[in-house]
Design a protein around this ligand. Structure first.
Ligand code: RIB
Length: 296
């Protein structure tokens, strides 16, 4: 099985700040770093570092050469990363003293994806394969329809959540991986148990993985409900931790078909990621996750 991750690639401009800037306020940052990022790229790197075979499909501008390079260096198949005459996507990220962040996205080349580009990518994938998508690129409804037509298993991380998600035929999704904020937006419910009940009503055939920050994570299908606590770690930068969780959950789940093991592996990987700076750069390898496993 090949994993096709159709997703964003961003240049992350990460500013270290004492606190997230308030309305009308001007603050001075204590540092700026430019990291590879984008939910799509971060998840591809996480899949690859977890040992999965992943092809990334997406678009960059000429300023984004390093994004394709870092994917290739991590073993991601970059055949379907196109360079287009538009700026690459970028993100302005503030990280405060507690490692918490706030992000503004400029979509750039990520939202210049066209149907002919999508058609070309899908020529290579079929019913043995799996599609992963987030919500930072154009043509998402078309990508989902195309994957469905070709019989791929569809996994969606509806992040960042906005009205464009509802343009997709969500009944075609086999698995949702989302956090409690996205879960609340999709269901109108606040409590985790209510979110899961509503997701089950809305999408009876889909598996759902809900992450709950410090409260851990939950996996649920029609007949199984599993909970996983977090593994405490010193928080330096939470950027990309959710993407690390997603990549490791999918890689472990597709390999072992064991959702319990997948939740545990993903939680350990996310804990390592929050203890490091940056997005893609903070993703551990499966080897690190396994050896960290022994120490905890
Ligand atoms: O999930 C973290 C990512 O969100 C960052 O890398 C940024 O690029 C935005 O896409």
């Amino acid at each position: 099985m090949k994993i096709l991750n159709f997703g964003s690639l961003n240049l992350d401009y990460t500013y270290q700040v004492a606190h997230i800037v308030l309305q009308g306020e001007t603050i001075t940052s204590s540092g700026l770093a430019i990291h590879p990022g984008g939910k799509g790229l971060n998840q591809s790197i996480a899949l690859a570092r977890a040992g999965a075979a992943v092809s990334h499909a997406g678009q960059i501008g000429e300023d984004g050469v390093m994004l394709k390079k870092i994917c290739a260096q991590n073993g991601v198949d970059t055949t379907f990363i196109e360079t287009v005459p538009t700026r690459s996507g970028n993100a302005i990220i503030q990280v405060d003293e507690h490692g918490q962040n706030s992000i503004i996205l400029f979509p750039g080349a990520n939202r210049a994806i066209t149907r002919p580009m999508v058609d070309k990518v899908f020529e290579t994938f079929g019913k043995e394969d799996c599609l992963l998508v987030q919500n930072e690129i154009s043509c998402l409804p078309y990508i989902i329809d195309k994957a469905w037509e070709k019989g791929l298993k569809i996994i969606m991380n509806p992040s960042p959540m906005d009205s464009r998600i509802y343009e997709c035929d969500l009944t075609k999704v086999s698995m949702f991986i989302l956090n409690e904020v996205e879960g609340a937006q999709m269901t109108g419910k606040k409590e985790a148990s209510d979110i899961l009940d509503r997701m089950r009503d809305l999408f009876p055939d889909a598996e759902v993985v809900l992450t709950l920050g410090s409260e851990g994570s939950v996996y649920c299908s029609q007949d199984i409900l599993l909970r996983q606590e977090i593994f405490p770690a010193e928080i330096r930068d939470t950027t990309g931790a959710g993407d690390t969780f997603t990549g490791f959950f999918i890689a472990e789940y597709l390999e072992s078909r064991d959702p319990k093991k997948a939740l545990e592996t993903a939680s350990r990987a996310a804990s390592i990621a929050v203890s490091r700076e940056g997005a893609a750069g903070s993703v551990p390898t499966m080897k690190e996750v396994k050896s960290w496993h022994k120490e905890v």
